[in-house]
Design a binder for this molecule. Structure first.
Ligand code: CP
Length: 314
């Protein structure tokens, strides 16, 4: 049963939280903004320790969770390179999680294997937050994406958003798609044939939300109608071979020229990092929401941590 109290809860899939619970995270994130910006000091999570276990590379997710803890007066321990933990001596995943769980109050985990965050949550007594498990999900990225849409556009319901790129492998999209459906956004998918969404996503949209999403090959087909273009890089590391990757690499790019045909106030979002799909010529235009989006990871993760630790300010 999904309750309203997030204390002690895991976040493995975006579907673990109801719409009301996500709205609660956003309300707390708004309250956190002055603390996130360093204008107010907080000791809300004084004494709490978070483990940030990153068995895959990360800049934004890892550091924003760590900053979120520090901004709230808490602290963290972390693995950002499995070679310097006892995993390198042959200790298995289960024992690693069990030991770390006994040291800390909560665990954030990123791993290359789909299902590993779920596996960690079954071992750990403390709350586990999925920071990306293979091609499966990245639910906190979906939270900060929705928060960004709300901040930039004032609402999520009815907003027209094109999800462009690697919809097959991008875990950010696999969490964002059901979240957008939950909030009544109008999605269109734009991707090369090889990177179309998995059938399971389309089925889930139909079964859970009675939503059928139009699919296109070229962003030009929808550029005039959308309020947001959400871009992602092609996830080279997920392809079965270099040959398969080479078939689709550089197959799309968002730049200033493209946006000339779009709505005046269209914004571009991207989870980052970018490779070559998002031209730097956009960076100093008002369309570029992606750096503000990455920043929003701080208040959103502060809110999430405070709620999961049962320490919100009310
Ligand atoms: N958006 C995102 O997950 O970025 P990192 O891989 O840098 O954490």
């Amino acid at each position: 049963m999904k309750g309203f109290d997030l204390k002690g809860r895991d976040l493995i899939s975006i579907k673990d939280f109801s719409k009301k619970e996500i709205e609660r995270v956003f309300a707390v994130a708004e309250e956190m903004e002055p603390i996130a910006a360093g204008k107010e000091v907080s000791k809300l999570l004084d004494g709490k320790i978070l483990a940030t276990l990153f068995f895959e590379p990360s800049t934004r997710t890892q550091f924003s969770f760590q900053v979120a803890m520090k901004r709230l007066g808490g602290s963290f321990i972390g693995i950002s390179d499995p070679k310097i933990s006892s995993l390198a001596k042959g200790e298995d995943f289960n024992d690693t999680i069990r030991i770390i769980d006994s040291y800390v109050d909560g665990i954030v985990i990123r791993d290359k294997t789909a299902g590993s965050a779920q596996a960690a949550s079954e071992i750990a007594q403390k709350p586990v937050i999925n920071a990306g498990d293979g091609t499966n999900e990245h639910p906190t990225q979906a939270l900060l994406d929705l928060y960004t849409i709300k901040k930039e556009k004032g609402q999520i319901e009815g907003i027209k958003i094109a999800l462009l790129g690697d919809i097959k492998y991008a875990r950010t999209y696999h969490s964002l798609i059901p979240a957008l459906a939950m909030f009544g956004a109008q999605m269109v998918f734009v991707s090369p044939e090889e990177l179309e969404p998995p059938e399971s996503i389309l089925t889930q949209l139909k079964m859970d939300f009675n939503v059928e999403v139009r699919q296109y090959r070229n962003i030009m087909d929808v550029i005039k109608e959308v309020d947001i273009i959400r871009v992602c890089r092609i996830q080279k590391e997920r392809f079965p071979s270099e040959k398969e990757y080479n078939k689709v690499k550089k197959s799309y790019i968002v730049n200033r020229k493209l946006l000339k045909d779009g709505k005046k106030d269209v914004i571009v979002m991207h989870g980052l990092p970018r490779i070559d799909e998002l031209d730097r010529d956009l960076d100093d235009t008002p369309h570029a929401a992606y750096f503000r989006q990455a920043y929003n990871g701080i208040p959103v993760r502060m809110a999430l941590l405070s709620l999961i630790f049962g320490k919100n300010r009310e």
